[in-house]
Design a protein around this ligand. Structure first.
Ligand code: TXA
Ligand code: MG
Length: 354
């Protein structure tokens, strides 16, 4: 673990044994504790969060980095720990739909989607209620808010024990690959956050689908754990495409969807049918790309071409291939149906020029 300074809990706030006037900076490394997800750990999570601390925990999609959504200072610390541009708003996680209804206005489409997919890997972007107790910094000053009700038992236990909304972006440094195990979180954020709750590998392995219901037809802002077709089936209508964003000055409708994101350090080559000898192969399906026997390393997302299994393996395989010392990661084509849309979206972003 990184060299740690002692950390005191004082009048509900953390003080990091630092020079006076230095409290707001993130320069002092923390001791990041890792605890197994049992009842004692859950109680400790609630204490740390109420004190303004940062706790990573598993959800059914990826590990999230939680902070008290109503505490602007905690949210500022969270942005600093991730190295995240503060214009990129966060998802508020709540225990159930009735808690969500206190934070936002639900139209008929939002009600249908919440009834069909909550708890689960769907995030709804809705008009913020007035007054909304979530810190303005967490919503980056927008008049909308992203809400999610996770189904993972540990996430549910934490939300119920905390008794409030938690903002929780994926628990990785900004721009890195999302974490699907506690070890991934530790590698990225060790020394920068207070606590990691280890609940084993996440089931889905890819982030939630984000749908905006802001008047007019609902729009797909990010493909994810709930396939587009399932959402369109419930709505009995096609989803609108997300407005294109990511350029300076653009209205931040889905501001996190920067073109380059989810990136390994090694360059990524897509739709590869022939691997070069010094490349690592991210395979899919029973038949490997030509030249696979000479690849630096081969990992298969799903030998049986199962897209659910491929989503669950995506980020951990990218991380593992990133350490192979290869000149590039060569990714075989993935079919675009069902969860394939979200997998291809993440691969495109990981391959985008930085
Ligand atoms: O599966 C998930 O959603 C995970 C787990 C931990 O819950 N969380 C996650 O959060 O992926 P994050 O912060 O990595 O991605 C949230 C996305 C960002 O692209 C952000 O721009 C978008 O949600 N977002 C948040 N609030 C928004 C809003 N009001 N309008 C549009 N997009 C919003
Ligand atoms: Mg993220």
């Amino acid at each position: 673990m990184p060299g740690s300074r002692p950390c005191y809990l004082k009048r509900g706030r953390f003080w990091f044994n630092q020079a006076p006037g230095d409290e707001a900076t993130m320069t002092a490394p923390l001791t990041t504790r890792v605890l197994r997800a049992d009842a004692e750990a859950i109680a400790e999570v609630a204490r740390v969060l109420h004190a303004g601390g940062l706790v990573a925990f598993p959800t059914e999609t990826v590990y999230g980095l939680g902070a008290d959504a109503g505490n602007g200072e905690a949210v500022a610390r969270l942005y600093a720990a991730k190295g995240r541009p503060s214009f990129n708003p966060l998802i508020a996680h709540v225990a159930d739909p009735s808690a969500a209804r206190k934070l936002a206005e639900f139209d008929a489409a939002a009600e249908r989607l919440a009834a069909a997919f909550w708890p689960g890997p769907l995030t709804l972007v809705l008009p913020k209620s007035a007054p909304c107790p979530v810190a303005d910094l967490a919503t980056a000053g927008l008049d909308s808010i992203a809400l999610r009700v996770p189904t993972h038992r540990v996430a549910q236990d934490i939300l119920r024990s905390f008794k409030g909304a938690l903002v929780a972006p994926s628990a990785n440094r900004s721009g890195h690959v999302s974490p699907t195990t506690a070890a991934h979180v530790l590698a990225d954020l060790g020394g920068r956050i207070d606590l990691i709750i280890d609940g084993g590998p996440t089931q889905l392995g890819i982030e939630s689908t984000i749908v905006a219901c802001l008047g007019g037809a609902p729009a797909l802002l990010r493909p994810g754990g709930v396939p587009r077709q399932a959402i369109e089936h419930v709505l009995q209508q096609k989803l609108r495409e997300a407005p294109k964003t990511g350029t300076a000055g653009d209205a931040p409708r889905a501001p996190g969807m920067l073109v380059s994101h989810y990136a390994p350090r090694t360059p990524l080559r897509l739709d590869v049918r022939r691997v070069e000898p010094d490349e690592a192969l991210l395979a899919f399906g029973p038949t490997l790309a030509e030249g696979a026997e000479r690849a630096a390393k081969v990992l298969n997302l799903s030998v049986l071409s199962d897209l659910g299994q491929a989503a669950a393996n995506l980020f951990s395989h990218l991380r593992a291939l990133d350490t192979a010392g290869a000149s590039a990661i060569a990714a075989m084509p993935i079919p675009h149906e069902g969860l394939g849309e979200a997998i291809n979206d993440r691969l495109r972003r990981a391959a985008a020029p930085r």
